[in-house]
Design a protein around this ligand. Sequence first.
Ligand SMILES: [Zn+2]
Length: 126
Amino acid sequence: MDKQLKALFDSLRCPVCGAQIDLAGKGISRQYNYCCADNNNEYVLHISELSITHDRAIIYDRNNKYIIVQNYDVKQTIFDILKVDAEGNITDWNNKTVYLDYTLFDYQNTDKEKIIRRLKTVMTFG
Ligand SMILES: [Zn+2]
């Protein structure tokens, strides 16, 4: 593997669980070429020319499913919040969608709780 690419990989972690990033296998959207090595549902990303162009993280808490899509090229974040039951099944398809004209996260030194806290702050204060 190319040295720069290896350095990039060493610096990347899944923002949800902290696992390393792996090549995305079959069954993942063609929009993404890499994913969380532990759970390809929770974090997927697209890397081109040594930078992340866009990514998607999916996080659950007790009552909600958060889907966060960031596009670094055009500096945009879109996140959806859906109500879920204890097993993570969606109970209400009336999702709330928030559009931001900046990238909300750089996903460095973060974790699930910090991400959810930030999303709730943005929803409350805009
Ligand atoms: Zn993960």
